[in-house]
Design a protein around this ligand. Structure first.
Ligand code: SF4
Ligand code: SF4
Length: 74
C-alpha cells in the first residue's frame, strides 16, 4: 500500500476511499492519466499516489479504468 497523505477535514473522504495496493498494480498509468481532477501522480517507481487529495471528488473513475479493479473508491 502506498503511503497516504495526511487527511484534513476537507479531504478525509478522498484519503479514506482512494488508496492503492501496489502488489496488484500493473503501473499501467490509466488512473493517473484519466483522473479528471489531476488528483493522482506517479511515484518514483511508477506507482500511483493520491498526490492532491484536495482535488479528488471520489468520482470512482480511476477504479473503473483500472484493469485490476484498484484503487478502491466508492
Ligand atoms: S476518485 Fe475520481 S477524482 Fe478521485 S482520484 Fe479517482 S478519478 Fe480522480
Ligand atoms: S489503473 Fe490500476 S493498475 Fe493501472 S496504474 Fe492505476 S492502480 Fe495501477
Amino acid at each position: 500500500m502506498s503511503p497516504k497523505a495526511a487527511p484534513t477535514p476537507e479531504n478525509k473522504a478522498a484519503v479514506d476511499k482512494v488508496s492503492f495496493y501496489s502488489a496488484w498494480c500493473k503501473r499501467c498509468g490509466n488512473c493517473v492519466a484519466f483522473c479528471p481532477r489531476q488528483a493522482l501522480a506517479k511515484d518514483e517507481w511508477g506507482y500511483p499516489v493520491l498526490a492532491n487529495p484536495d482535488r479528488c471528488t471520489t468520482c470512482g473513475l480511476c477504479e473503473m479504468l483500472c484493469p485490476r479493479a484498484w484503487p478502491r473508491s466508492p
